[in-house]
Design a protein around this ligand. Sequence first.
Ligand code: F0G
Length: 409
Amino acid sequence: MAQFELRCIECGKSHDMARPAYACSKCGNLLEVRIDIAAAKNALGRSEWKKRPISVWRYKELIPVDSKTKIHSLNEGGTPLLKCSRLGERIGVRNLKIKFDGTNPTGSFKDRGMTVGITKAVELGMKTVTCASTGNTSASLAAYAGLAGLRCVVLIPEGKVALGKLAQAMMHGALVVSVKGNFDQALDLVMKASEKLGMYVLNSVNPFRIEGQKTAAYEVCDQNDGRPPEYLYIPVGNGGNSAAYWKGFAEYESLGIVSNHPVVRGIQAEGAAPVANLFESNAKELVPVKKPDTVATAIRIGNPANWKKTVRAIKESGGYASVVSDEEILEAQKSLAKYEGIFAEPAGAAALAGLAKDVRLGKIDRSADVVCVSTGHGLKDPDIAIAQSVQPATIEASMKALEELLGGQ
Ligand code: F0G
């Protein structure tokens, strides 16, 4: 573990990794794990990591978990990077790929972070884990807590969590608490309650979650002939995943495994876009959106806890954050399903919607190598899918009726 240090992103204060911590004890800012590049190179050099299958734990030398710790895994990561020629042609880009993280064990990218976060929770001796969630984090946390035998308490915004996600959290045995308020209020409550009630928080303010999620960027490089794409489009909600991807790309570059990095473009839904607003207005501080709203309930967040990390990440990459409308998100969701066989939930189509918009506005070179991250599976939110689809036709069980329906073809 010599190659890791837990540090404040603002004042640089070092923190003990053997104790639960989510914010700097000196200045209150977010914490992140820093890798000592020389030590990490050494550890990789002594291992056979390239022979392991593509998955989160392929990169275990770059993940801050003690080598003696038992890993709690459902075989997460190793998700496909799919070349999307039909869709690329339709929207007007030649080299489009989708990193489909909806194929993780519980159907979203959260599993990458949760296998590390839960492994860490056990290592720290925690007995109860908790999170606030728009749905996917709670589904993933519940599954991994069950696997590791930990008590799980999840807080969700009342009436705003997609059905599939709710079903998952309930089936995996979490105590599901519906909060009369939005995600931001639920997260606030979780943070306040965690210390008092002795619960370990596994929202993306937990620095170990990010350490699992960054492996998606390593995977993208490894699956893209050892090169990062020129552009990465990614949805931004609480700001953890975009920061995690950037951390992964930046580390791979520092380690000399790749020789450059992508420009990261963060995409938010119009009605929940505090990070995009910050870029638009060139502001230094985030102005929270009080009543966030979007059909993409996963990213219905007005006060992202990781805003400093994601703003820094996007800026360092040379990118920016921008918005798409709910209509554009649903259009992208339908196109992914129809032309590429990829069923994503609305938030998992937001990045593609952002790319399509940038192409229309001439903000991207049509021959660029682009990866869009699709973060969650469409089965998570069946209501949205059914509401925007042609309903099934009902016929008698006869050839005549079927022929009539198909117009004699
Ligand atoms: N896409 C999906 C499908 C999500 O579930 C989330 C976040 C995001 C994108 C945004 O990622 O928050 O790291 O910027 N879902 C969280 C949850 C908030 O509670 O499940 P982020």
